[in-house]
Ligand binder design. Sequence first.
Ligand code: ZN
Length: 432
Amino acid sequence: MPLHKLFLLLLFLSLSGCATNPVTGEKQFNLMSEDKEMAMGDSYYPVYTQVSNGLFQDKNLQSYINQTGKKCAAKSHRPQLNYEFNVVNTSVINAYALPGGKISITRGLLNLMENEDQLAGVLSHEIGHVAARHVASGYTRSVLTGFGLSLLDTVMAAKEVKNREYYNTAAGLATNLIVMKYSRDQEREADALGMEYMVKAGYNPVGFVQAMQILQSLSQREPSKLEIMFQSHPMPLERIENAKAQIQSNFATLQSNTFQVDEFLKNTNYLKKVSLAYKQCDQAEELTKKEKFGDAIIKLKNALTIAPDEALIHTTLSATYFAEKKYDEATNEIKQSLSIYPDLFMSRFLAGLILHTTNNFKTSITHLKIADKLVPDNVNVVFYLGLNYEKLKKIETAAGYYKRLLQLTTKGEKAEYAYKRLCEWGYISHSR
Ligand SMILES: [Zn+2]
């Protein structure tokens, strides 16, 4: 068994144990302790946020989402947890929870919603997963699968030309990590608990049914948009029927046609406006992958007239220029992006890549080191750090990064390159 697999197995075993399920009161095997759960949530939340394209840059909206979520969480079976809620800047339609009550909703999902009751319904469903401690098991599994998949990505990335690297790294991250699979029973339980919590927090439970119906009708129109969501949250039709039945039996007296609309619209106004720009940005990304750079650039420039302050759009435009080998333009756009949002992994990685390609090794290192902090142990980041130091003839430091790379993966062109160099420099003997 390779060392890193053994390490993960040991990590998994040490996290498993016996704890009480807060919803059922029963002892349950394979739950991590509450302290470990919170520690894990604390350390992974920023990374999951980064791989979901970072925080949506709207402080008012972020605090509004956090308040709405906390109002519902206070009525849950685990009100003592340190809950946090944020909006991540991806068009993927999804919401997910990490252990310890760290919850994210995507720009894509929020853009579909019309009132605060719908929002409370979706957030409370995730709180339900946390309260019933579903997250712990699903999360451990997804960490393990995520690891396996990132190896595959490395192999794939190695075959591609260098200017594709940005897209491989960015895409590989976002899709791997945020799929958390729950069983049908866990989904039913989270739905029921979520409705209970949102009602206790003063929301109209019909809002949850509405949110489901919005997803249901979108899945009929554009099924591909909900692929990720439905991998972790299947069978909306049955869930809609169950939710309606629960309202009839438990909350019949609360049923009304009144929804909390004003605050919701006020706080999501900017998000809804820039969502039009992101639609063009998403189309441009597809065009860039097909090497239709000119068309992509037109769309991105158009997107920036609607949303000039969106760092991610500047980064996407920079990536397109980079793919087209227009390095001056690429540099200019990435600078603008970083001045708006300095702590976005993708921008730092791309900046590092552009500067490496244009032989600015020292500055490339500065950006890549920040990227390495934002999302630790990304194979591409570690590789380019090593390569920059090699170009600067700082062999010992370069060797350190190449060794780290080989601890992360032993497959692919980059690992082979690192291994070859370490042999040449006498750090490893050929008889491995
Ligand atoms: Zn769920």
